[in-house]
Design a protein around this ligand. Structure first.
Ligand code: PLP
Length: 400
């Protein structure tokens, strides 16, 4: 049982059978029990990616959150080449910051948070610069925007660059076509749409590309992808002591997805997003980006006038609901509602009803202290607000 309903883009409410999985027997990671566990996890990851030629791909699992997998890619893949980071948000910026530590030169094409990339501009940049690796976030979690894997993958192929993808917040909810999008490596994490506990991440990649990594100088000890690949290939193990209980839980989470069916899981997550979006639209809430650009994992919602995001978050927490606040340039402007992990239709109905109640309460409280009544100001929630004259001349909604 969980104290909270996590309407966040990770961590998530986990399935009950993961609680049993995480407390399985004690095993040693240098024994056959762990080798078999890792073999199972790898096979299931390849199935999750719906890879039709599994012999051409491998997946290494890292004890560390999503950033560990991203840093493993960025520190191991580029060598002496040039890397181009495409950034349209917080996590693109983080890729850039990480790459600057490991790779010189690191090139950057940056557009404002929440805006789509200009493909022609990227193409012109690739024509003029020697770029060996292109890195991009698939789902830019700060805005909810799904970036175009196929188009960037095609540009990478045309310019003989390898394409690496941060799939931390999309894998498990959206298809990532490694072959069709020319992706050499893709990272992700255990604790988002895959639905397990935080603490593990992984990198799936083409075997051919994994093999090439040993030509590069190691930039880190712990996050060297080449070492991970070597241990996987030679012994079906990890180079260092892994968080074994989390591996049991990840294995169970992947089994849950495969038992449900990958396409059905994706469809179920999208259906929840639609239920939430329909409900929030009925409350007259507006979304930050166009629905056609959104990932199915979360919805980024503009905060209504006179409501503070922090206050909204606190009031929802009192009702056992956890949401995200916008960060960076979106701080105080948006809130985010995730729909991954264990979540029922009834949880979503409860969320929508609670959100409505809390918004009405907050607006009523704000109206109490707001001085002038603005006849043109839009109220975000579908109720009739009848202004009543206050003794000091201010007005207050009566029908709340
Ligand atoms: C797209 C993306 N990349 C990277 C990360 C970093 O992952 P972690 O916090 O697990 O290190 C996140 C976290 O939300 C993310 O959404």
């Amino acid at each position: 049982m969980s104290k909270y309903l996590l309407f966040t883009p990770g961590p998530v409410n986990v399935a009950e059978n993961l609680r049993a999985a995480i407390s399985k027997e004690d095993i040693c990671h240098r024994e056959v029990d762990f080798d078999q566990l890792l073999v199972c996890i790898e096979q299931k990851l390849l199935s999750l990616f719906q890879i039709t030629e599994p012999k051409r791909y491998r997946a290494v699992v890292i004890t560390g959150s999503g950033t560990a997998a991203n840093e493993a890619m960025l520190s191991s893949v580029v060598g002496h080449g040039g890397i181009l980071i495409l950034s349209n948000g917080e996590f693109g910026e983080r890729l850039h910051k990480t790459s600057l530590i490991h790779n010189s030169p690191t090139h950057l094409i940056e557009v404002p948070w929440g805006e789509p990339f200009d493909l022609q501009k990227i193409e012109r940049y690739l024509e003029r610069h020697k770029i060996d690796v292109i890195a991009m976030v698939h789902h830019e979690t700060c805005s909810g925007m799904l970036n175009p894997l196929a188009a960037i993958g095609a540009l990478a192929k045309a310019h003989k660059a390898i394409f690496i993808v941060d799939g931390v917040s999309s894998v498990g909810a959206e298809a990532v076509d490694m072959e069709g999008c020319n992706i050499a490596f893709c990272s992700s994490s255990s604790s988002k749409a895959i639905g397990s506990y935080p603490g593990l991440s992984f990198v799936i990649g083409r075997k051919k590309q994994f093999k090439k990594l040993k030509a590069h100088k190691a930039n880190t000890t712990y996050l060297n992808l080449s070492t991970f690949y070597h241990f996987l290939k030679a012994r079906s193990q990890t180079p260092n002591t892994p968080a074994v209980p989390l591996f049991f839980a990840l294995d169970q989470a992947l089994t849950n997805i495969l038992d449900e069916g990958v396409s059905r899981r994706f469809a179920a997550i999208r259906a929840r997003a639609n239920q939430l979006r329909d409900g929030m639209r009925k409350l007259n809430l507006e979304f930050l980006i166009d629905e056609s650009d959104m990932c199915s994992v979360l919805t980024t919602v503009k905060v209504p006038p006179s409501v503070s995001v922090g206050e909204l978050r606190d009031r929802l927490r009192e009702k056992a609901i956890i949401i995200y606040e916008g960060k960076g340039c979106f701080q105080d402007k948006v809130f985010q509602v995730g729909n991954i992990g264990e979540m029922s239709v009834f949880d979503i109905q409860f969320f929508l009803q609670t959100l409505k109640d809390v918004l009405l309460t907050l607006q009523a409280e704000a109206a109490d202290v707001v001085i002038p009544f603005r006849p043109n100001a839009t109220m975000p929630v579908n109720v009739n607000i009848v202004p009543i004259a206050r003794p000091n001349g201010a007005l207050k909604p009566s029908s709340l």
